[in-house]
Write a protein of this length. Structure first.
Length: 113
């Protein structure tokens, strides 16, 4: 029951920010590999509305359940705190590159002196 409450809360949060198609994944698509919350194309959302947990287990679950094309993310909130998003650094950097195509970026790592 608690998972459902968190999923509904997150879907409402996303709708309030303009993502009008956000809904619980079970309502949207159904099945065990459905995202907890659907409506953000290109992202597989695992929702965790708990006070504590293992973020690596959560992201592993999102990776496992994603279709391989969607970016796996975890949206987490504990009581009296803001929603946060957890994702792999490589996925975050790809998003930064897409959002800022003029950012200085090479394919080679830069050695620090």
């Amino acid at each position: 029951m608690k998972g459902k409450v968190g999923e509904l809360e997150l879907a409402q949060f996303l709708r309030s920010r303009g993502f009008t198609n956000a809904a619980r994944g079970q309502q949207f698509k159904g099945g065990s590999e459905s995202p907890d919350v659907a409506g953000l194309p290109g992202y597989h959302i695992e929702c965790k509305r708990v006070e504590s947990g293992n973020l690596y287990n959560w992201i592993d679950q999102s990776i496992r359940d994603s279709d391989g094309l969607s970016i796996p993310i975890v949206c987490h909130r504990k009581n009296r705190r803001d929603w946060i998003t957890i994702l792999r650094l490589e996925d975050f950097l790809d998003l930064v590159k897409r959002a800022s195509p003029n950012a200085v970026c090479t394919n080679e790592p830069i050695e620090s002196g």
